[in-house]
Design a binder for this molecule. Structure first.
Ligand SMILES: [Zn+2]
Length: 257
């Protein structure tokens, strides 16, 4: 159920008795020469929509600009800084609590949002408002991601190429797959990202000249469908698990005496 499609009298009924909501979040940032800037928010919205249809839980509009200053050198990348992102997400999540929601899954498709969503979840948990947790789609199916593709990458690689191939094939440029690989960083092991225990880079462009990581040339529509369905299934299971918990059991333990 997509919250913003409904009238308020409809939502008065629909939200009654519903305790769990789905909030998709992504980014608007460069994804190499072969994928659109919308990649992360399209993935988050696609998975959230599928899970909302399957479970009937409400999903909110998508937050499509995230914490992406590390991609700023590439034209078109938009970002907000961490404090504003955290406060914004916390503020609208508190609105959901006002409407009776007491648990939320942040359906996230951008690595740069992870720590900040967890911090927002921690704040809401600490004061007993609700139980909100961050879910990153590819971390729910690590074995399948490894099995399907020869050379993965953390950003604009085959796994994200597959998801957009499934969700918005018209926005994918297969004629640029080889250029994405050859002008980017196909093997993460080749980058000197750590020196004597210290991470030595700040921006994506420090490791990949065209912003792509990994080799997307082995993406097929069949693999793309498998990947999407597997991640959507994990999300549905997480939502059902969360909805079945007692609220009190999700809240912080009392101080030990
Ligand atoms: Zn991405």
């Amino acid at each position: 159920m997509y919250l913003a499609d409904h009238t308020w009298p409809e939502l008065g009924d629909r939200l009654e008795g519903s305790s769990t909501a789905i909030v998709p979040l992504g980014s608007t940032e460069q994804h190499g020469p072969h994928l659109p800037l919308a990649t992360d928010h399209l993935i988050a919205e696609g998975l959230a929509t599928a899970a909302a249809e399957e479970t009937g839980f409400p999903r909110t509009p998508t937050v499509d600009i995230g914490v992406s200053p590390h991609h700023r050198q590439f034209p078109g990348t938009l970002w907000v800084d961490p404090p504003e992102f955290r406060d914004y997400v916390e503020s609208f999540t508190r609105n959901l609590a006002y409407h009776g929601i007491d648990r939320v899954v942040y359906v996230n498709a951008h690595g740069g949002n992870v720590d900040h969503l967890r911090e927002v979840g921690r704040r809401l948990h600490e004061d007993g408002t609700m139980y909100a947790i961050e879910w990153m789609w590819d971390e729910s199916i690590p074995e399948l991601v490894d099995d399907l593709f020869e050379r993965n990458g953390p950003h604009a690689g085959p796994k994200e190429t597959a998801m957009i191939t499934h969700l918005a094939p018209d926005l994918v440029h297969p004629e640029e797959f080889e250029a994405a690989r050859d002008g980017g960083l196909p093997d993460m092991g080749d980058a000197e990202t750590m020196v004597h225990g210290a991470r030595t880079f700040y921006d994506a462009v420090d490791n990949s000249a065209n912003g792509a990581f990994g080799d997307p040339t082995d993406v097929t529509p069949e693999k793309a469908e498998r990947l999407f369905e597997a991640a959507a299934d994990q999300l549905v299971r997480l939502l059902e698990w969360l909805d079945a918990r007692e609220f009190e059991a999700l809240m912080p333990e009392p101080r030990v005496v």
